[in-house]
Write a protein that binds this ligand. Sequence first.
Ligand code: ADP
Ligand code: ADP
Length: 220
Amino acid sequence: MIKLQNVEKIYRTSSIETLALNNINLNVKKGEFVSIMGPSGCGKSTLLNIIGLLDAPSKGIIELDGQKVETYHDKAIAPLRNKMLGFIFQSFHLINDLSVIDNVEIPLLYRSTTARQRRELAEEALEKVGLSNRMKHFPKQLSGGQKQRVAIARAIVGKPEIILADEPTGNLDSAMGNEIINILQSLNENGATIVMVTHDDAMAKRTHRLIRLFDGTQVL
Ligand code: ADP
Ligand code: ADP
């Protein structure tokens, strides 16, 4: 489902070059739940951004669902990103002056859907994360764990094949973090392929496979 071949990422600023990813080869099969761990600055977010087509590699080949990514022009790539991928972040990234259900509908605004279809899909997504009873709430009225569940609903509302999560439990206590992993596990059991960056061994143990990065290099 996700294939990276000889991927390298170099960040260039005026005087400094940083080799953030060094010859990464990765093959995540459909239905896998993979975690990525490693010390701060080792390239975890860079790797997730490259898998998520948010950033282009300096070298190497990316394939998502058998489709080689040939161009990073926004016009070509935005629809692919929108259709294939759902993103979850440590700090939720909800829009505070939109209700829960309006937040969840956001990804669908970039597709040809009617208001009624958007509402139905958003309700379905909120049901999957157990938040049907909070649709009209606003983010500030929710606990951290609930906010992350809204963010998960937003990530899955378009039924993407792949979910990318960058430290989804990093701002939560362990009970709430566990709830979030429970939800990710059930999405995975229902077919989603998931790649999750985490600092938490207990969370990583609940995934199928762990990828360790050190200084931009994959280690065993
Ligand atoms: P992690 O997520 O594991 O903490 P990152 O992927 O954020 O690591 O960063 C990997 C390396 O690339 C670090 O050395 C970081 O300083 C560098 N880096 C990340 N983003 C940029 C950028 N936009 N410009 C320059 N260097 C960057
Ligand atoms: P937690 O202890 O899990 O952080 P809170 O004590 O913040 O949760 O909230 C408990 C419940 O009350 C939550 O389900 C949340 O939706 C609801 N709630 C919290 N603050 C507000 C608010 N300002 N308005 C409406 N509902 C709220």
